[in-house]
Design a protein around this ligand. Structure first.
Ligand code: GLV
Length: 331
């Protein structure tokens, strides 16, 4: 049965990974540049044993219920808030993701955004494009120093720690918060654990690296922004839903915040006429944290490793719900 397993892949992925998958399964690849609409996705998955999906696909309980043969869901991303993991677990379906391979690449992008926002690179480019570069201006485009500043990291996981390692080179004071202390990781970068409000109060730059969960949805709301230092900068390369964008806009417009760099928004894409897209001191990039040739190729291959393991009835190398194995006595 395994060679005949049917798999739906929700977008074109790097070819080397697709080749490996096609060698072992009957693969239906969604050919369009935009994600399959929900109903189409549901229809295509209905008779599949395997699903290789992306963070742009809503994999909810209804979709899972409509796919009685589904044996494995493999997401080509580290985050999986788009998947109803509880519904998958209830069916004994393992869910795979791609941790680790994108850590350093996403940390690089975080730093690109952090530096660009603090030093107002986009405002500078926009001013040139608007014909406003007339002289060296002692009061023009003043930003925030990064070196020696206090960096507050929300979530010292893999990516948060990689961002912190880079901050050491900038002589930054590093604070972090999260559900629990990470003494070993923190010691390596000289980071200090503080509660959320202390981090907001003390940090010149706050960078978000926690997952989106019911607890972190709109963690950054008007109350949180009011507690941040005047002139502080917010960087988000995690998930857009962690930030209340209306409250952020107000905090930047009022001059309370010194700027924001967002690689993630809610929704994605943010409408082209959304005020944050045109706001001075704000940089929005189109969710490109892991977007390098090498990293996307690794992610795709890791997603295929997970998918093939699931089709073979083997334990997924990177499984977000390993309890499916104990519950079902497998693995
Ligand atoms: C990207 O956002 C990912 O979760 O991999």
């Amino acid at each position: 049965m395994f060679p005949m397993a049917r798999v739906f892949v929700t977008r074109r992925i790097p070819q080397s990974a697709l080749d490996r998958l096609q060698a072992e399964a009957t693969v239906d690849v969604w050919p369009e540049p935009l994600p399959p609409p929900y109903e189409e996705l549901r229809r295509r998955v209905a008779d599949c044993e395997g699903l290789l999906c992306l963070l742009t696909d809503r994999i909810d309980a209804d979709l899972i219920a409509a796919a009685p043969r589904l044996r494995v869901i493999s997401q080509m991303a580290v985050g999986y808030d788009n998947i109803d993991v509880a519904a998958a677990t209830a069916r004994g379906i393992p869910v795979g993701h791609t941790p680790g391979v994108l850590t350093e690449t996403t940390a690089d992008l975080t730093w690109a955004l952090l530096l660009a926002t603090a030093r107002r690179l986009l405002d500078g480019v926009r001013s040139i494009e608007a014909g406003q570069w007339r002289t060296w201006d002692p009061l023009g485009l003043l930003g925030t120093d990064v070196h020696g500043a206090t960096l507050g990291i929300v979530g010292l996981g893999r990516i948060g720690a990689a961002v912190a390692r880079r901050a050491v080179g900038f002589g930054m004071c590093i604070l972090y918060t999260g559900p629990r202390e990470k003494p070993d990781v923190a010691a390596g970068v000289g980071a200090t654990y503080v509660d959320f409000d202390t981090l907001l109060r003390e940090s010149d730059i706050v960078s978000i690296h926690c997952p989106l969960t019911p607890e972190t949805r709109h963690l950054f709301d008007a109350r949180a922004f009011a507690r941040m230092k005047p002139g502080a900068i917010l960087i988000n390369t995690a998930r857009g839903g962690i930030v209340d964008h209306e409250a952020l806009l107000e905090a930047v417009r009022s001059g309370h915040l010194g700027g924001a760099g967002l690689d993630v928004t809610e929704p994605e894409p943010l409408p082209a006429d959304h005020p944050l897209m045109h706001q001075e001191r704000v940089i929005v990039t189109p969710h490109i944290g892991s977007a390098t040739v090498r990293t996307r190729t690794r992610m795709a291959n890791m997603a295929v490793d997970n998918l093939l393991a699931g089709l073979r009835g083997e334990r997924l190398p990177y499984c977000v719900n390993p309890e499916v194995y104990t519950k079902n006595g497998r693995g």
